[in-house]
Design a protein around this ligand. Structure first.
Ligand SMILES: NC(=O)c1ccc[n+]([C@@H]2O[C@H](COP(=O)([O-])OP(=O)(O)OC[C@H]3O[C@@H](n4cnc5c(N)ncnc54)[C@H](O)[C@@H]3O)[C@@H](O)[C@H]2O)c1
Length: 378
């Protein structure tokens, strides 16, 4: 059994949404141990939380500068090897860059940075560092998403002609309709969330899934945002027409005011020989559709699945695995890369996905602001 990878955590405190997903995911495959953290900007809060989850408090630091400074004083054998960045968006870039510059591997939440310029700067820092950088586009870890990618790569759909990715939530309704609340959450504050709220938060997952599953790139787009209120500066809903190449066109729909929707991420890819449809709220069913045959349902864990898909299941068919396992698969891929083991490039999203994502987000904002015009991505 290889030694566990020493993991540091930035953000993801007891009050956070995503912290528990990362902590559980990091432990699912027995690859990591949490040895240090800054769970919160308040030191005492971080210490209290460390006690609550039974992590030694001697390496709970007051901020990330101190974490880096103190960890560098430790021997390489003791030192944090990889840090997981789970803070609000504005801290991803400074934290990830300083970590890479100082020789740490990084696992980072999306959106990777606040804007495209920062993403390019981080890419340069990453190249210089030679370290592993994994971006937690959680949904790429689902076995059936991986299966879709592998089957499309093997030509199951023939020439693709239509793509449709949708990420609908309704959670921001009670906030956006209340003037006081909408001016107090970080996701609607451009200094904390970046240039976009809804598209940066969830639309970018839909974009990433389109590129991950098809292996194609979005070349240009036209976006229409909805802000709902005059005093709100951030998109809470957006519809994006995309062209992946001359014959592959489609739409990315993203909303946080889609009343009653929970975590409604769904993707459909249509080709000349057939189509795939997958929904995050029913992640263990991949529908393969055809004009001439009955619809087939692919499920995880069966020998008919690809090696990449099977690497993402731990139990026999019929034992439902979900979002914790999906995130765990990303941590597993990153662990292989950190240990210098062989891995499939579909096992975790990388810096390239982060740069693409920021190029996408910035282009949607530019398209909307210029009057809903077509914008070409790099
Ligand atoms: N991959 C996914 O599916 C997914 C899902 C949800 C959120 N996210 C991303 O995760 C990130 C966090 O989102 P969230 O919903 O958990 O936010 P949140 O507001 O619920 O939690 C943020 C946490 O960061 C901590 N924090 C704030 N400033 C800090 C600092 N200076 N140092 C250390 N910790 C600090 C807070 O104390 C809190 O514990 C965001 O970038 C978001 O886009 C990703």
């Amino acid at each position: 059994m290889p030694k566990k990878i020493k993991l540091g955590i930035l953000g993801g405190g007891g009050d956070s949404l995503i912290g528990v997903l990362h902590r559980v995911a990091a432990h699912i495959n027995d690859n990591y141990e949490i040895v240090g953290a800054v769970f919160s900007p308040e030191l005492q809060e971080s210490i209290d939380f460390a006690k609550e989850i039974d992590i030694p408090t001697n390496r709970i630091y007051k901020d990330f500068d101190t974490l880096i400074e103190e960890e560098l004083k430790l021997s390489e054998d003791e030192r944090i090897q990889v840090c997981s960045v789970q803070t609000p968006n504005f801290l991803h870039f400074p934290m990830a860059k300083k970590l890479l510059d100082n020789g740490f591997h990084v696992i980072c939440e999306k959106p990777m940075t606040m804007n495209y310029a920062e993403a390019k700067e981080l890419e340069a820092a990453h190249q210089k560092s030679g370290k592993v950088f994994a971006l937690t586009h959680t949904y790429t870890g689902y076995p059936m998403v991986r299966q879709m990618r592998e089957m499309i790569k093997a030509g199951a759909l023939g020439r693709i002609h239509k793509v449709d990715a949708r990420y609908y939530q309704g959670w921001i309704n009670p906030i956006i309709h209340d003037k006081e609340k909408r001016s107090s959450v970080w996701r609607l504050d451009p200094t904390k969330a970046g240039i976009s709220s809804c598209m940066g938060d969830i639309g970018v997952h839909a974009f990433n899934l389109l590129e991950y599953t098809t292996g194609l790139q979005v070349k240009s787009l036209l976006c229409d945002f909805n802000y709902l209120y005059e005093d709100n500066q951030m998109d809470v809903d957006g519809t994006v027409l995309v062209r992946m190449d001359a014959h592959v066109k489609g739409v990315i729909r993203s909303s946080q005011v889609a009343t009653g929707e929970e975590n409604g991420l769904a993707i459909a890819i249509y080709g000349e020989k057939g189509a795939f449809r997958w929904e995050q709220e029913r992640p263990n069913f991949l529908y393969k559709m055809s004009d001439t045959e009955p619809t087939q349902i692919y499920k995880p864990g069966h020998a008919y699945n690809s090696a990449l898909s099977l690497a993402g299941t731990k139990l026999p068919p019929g034992h439902p695995e979900g979002i914790f396992d999906s995130m765990a698969n990303i941590y597993l891929g990153a662990a292989k890369a950190i240990r210098g083991e062989k891995y499939n490039d579909g096992e975790f999203p990388t810096m390239t996905d982060g740069v693409r994502g920021m190029n996408f987000i910035e282009s949607t904002v530019a398209s909307h602001k210029k009057g809903n015009v077509w914008i070409t991505l790099d």
